[in-house]
Design a protein around this ligand. Structure first.
Ligand code: IPE
Ligand code: MG
Length: 231
């Protein structure tokens, strides 16, 4: 969800204002994803490298996460959305950790969609963490490694690989997001900044995804559409 800071600065406002305005698209995207029958939606909210930002920006982001979790858990539960914060937890403040755990508990019975919010997340660190769990045999399979990776990032339930990655903010890079899980992800890069992203933009991206032929290294593959089934 890239571009909040630039969006605000282009309007003569501070970066934290941009993050506040990034909440509306989050709510829209969660609602739209639910309607589109998406099984897992992961939002990259805060990367482990984002700790290097000025402390007032980090503090305002942490406040936003906390109030989002406290408020949205009600709506999420009523829509069958299971909230799950992925990434490291040990560096989050105690009140945010409490809010994370409360939101997860509160929505743990929801089955319609798995909403993963990545906070203090780094794909490379998650790979290192999975390895350091010490449960890998001498020659692990991809499936075994994936399940350890899910464990390392606290993904509950474990999630499948990424089918579609959408990045806003006019930037074409992965920035340490799901490096293992994106092995065959389709990527869509959006020119606009995150605060301008709307539910209909997600619908459009899914339409484009559904036009693409995914071959997974083969010559051809049965069509793999997101809409209409759980993906
Ligand atoms: C939001 O966009 C993503 C977060 C890390 C919270 P940015 O804060 O990266 O905005 P830009 O890229 O500086 O415009
Ligand atoms: Mg950015």
């Amino acid at each position: 969800m890239d571009g909040n800071g630039r969006w605000a600065q282009n309007r003569g406002r501070n970066r934290s204002y941009g993050h506040q305005c990034g909440e509306k698209p989050v709510r829209e995207v969660v609602e739209t994803a639910c309607h589109l029958n998406i099984g897992t939606l992961t939002l990259f909210a805060f990367s482990s490298d984002n700790w290097m930002r000025p402390s007032d920006e980090v503090t305002s982001l942490m406040h936003l996460f906390k109030s989002f979790l406290k408020l949205e858990r009600w709506k999420c539960r009523s829509h069958g959305v299971r909230i799950n914060v992925i990434g490291r937890r040990d560096r989050l403040g105690p009140s945010l950790r409490e809010a994370v755990e409360a939101a997860e508990r509160f929505t743990s019975g929801c089955r319609r969609m798995h909403l993963r919010i990545a906070v203090d997340y780094s794909a490379r660190d998650s790979i290192l963490e999975a390895v350091s769990l010490g449960r890998l045999g001498a020659s692990p399979t991809r499936r075994e490694f994936s399940s350890l990776l899910n464990l390392a990032i606290h993904s509950d339930p474990p999630a499948p690989d990424v089918d579609l990655l959408i990045r806003t903010g006019d930037t074409q890079r992965l920035s340490d997001f799901m490096l293992w899980e994106c092995a065959y992800a389709e990527m869509i890069f959006v020119h606009g900044m995150w605060p301008d992203f709307r539910g209909r933009d997600l619908t459009k991206a899914l339409e484009e995804f559904n036009q693409r032929e995914r071959r997974f290294g083969r010559i051809s593959c049965p069509p793999h559409k997101i809409t209409g089934h759980r993906a």
